[in-house]
Design a protein around this ligand. Structure first.
Ligand code: FMN
Length: 228
């Protein structure tokens, strides 16, 4: 919808328009507040990627996040981190690399290829909510990097997630939302994998949560099952 109306990624066909938008936003926002932008590499191809980044920087954007894929590439691997390096070399503002960072090893390779220290994590953070902590542990020389979250912490996060789902999602879709997250978590966490394998066909949120509370006791079984 956004793209069909000339917004979103389709703006990447028109660097001059990007420049005008960035400049207008920069003028409208108080000088002491930062203005940042996030871009893909292009719509159909990445031919205008550097021009777009330069247009945004010239318009006054103080930091630029680059999702290292075109709109046409959607979310398909790989992400083209080397193109982020081209952009980083072409603009003076800090550049943040984004796309296809699922693990500490990916983060380190992305940094190496893109030349960016700063990273933005998308689905990798959904699949492993401990990923940013892993990277921080690595950066600060602590040796727990790579261990992942404990079952207790994961259970506490699932608990908060379930509370949010109840606030925002109508009952018949609640089990689906929880399973959707389990489907991400299972790539990294064997307990989530086991729970997903057992519960993938369970559409009754109440039963689903009761069983999950057994797998993850820190979800606090009684209160969770009671609210399902
Ligand atoms: C749960 C979720 C919410 C997102 N919300 C936004 C958003 O509000 N604005 C945006 O530009 N991108 C958003 N994205 C896209 C990510 O910022 C990122 O560009 C994209 O997921 C590619 O990175 P990845 O390969 O690490 O997932 C979102 C992604 C996820 C998974």
């Amino acid at each position: 919808m956004v793209n069909r109306h000339g917004g979103g990624a389709s703006l990447l066909d028109d660097p001059e328009l990007l420049h005008r938008i960035a400049a207008a936003v920069r003028r409208a926002v108080p000088a002491d507040q930062p203005v940042s932008a996030k871009m893909r590499l292009g719509t159909q191809d990445d031919g205008l990627a550097v021009a777009c980044a330069q247009a945004l920087a010239a318009g006054g954007v103080g930091e630029l996040v680059v999702h290292a894929r075109t709109k046409a590439q959607a979310y398909r691997p790989p992400a083209y981190w080397a193109r982020v390096a081209d952009i980083r070399e072409a603009v003076a503002v800090p550049v943040v690399a984004n796309g296809e960072i699922w693990s500490l090893a990916d983060a380190l390779r992305c940094r190496e290829v893109s030349g960016c220290d700063a990273l933005m994590l998308g689905r990798g953070m959904v699949a492993d909510p401990g990923l940013a902590l892993d990277i921080l542990a690595y950066d600060t020389g602590r040796n727990q990097a790579g261990r992942g979250l404990s079952a207790e912490t994961l259970g506490a996060l699932l608990r908060v997630f379930w509370l949010r789902v109840q606030e925002r999602v109508v009952p018949k879709y609640r089990a689906g939302r929880v399973k959707q997250w389990l489907n991400y978590l299972r790539k990294r966490y064997p307990l989530a994998e086991a729970a997903y394998a057992e519960l993938r066909a369970e559409n009754d949120a109440r039963l689903l949560m009761a069983r999950l509370c057994e797998v993850f006791p820190s979800m606090q079984a009684e209160s969770m099952a009671a609210t399902a």
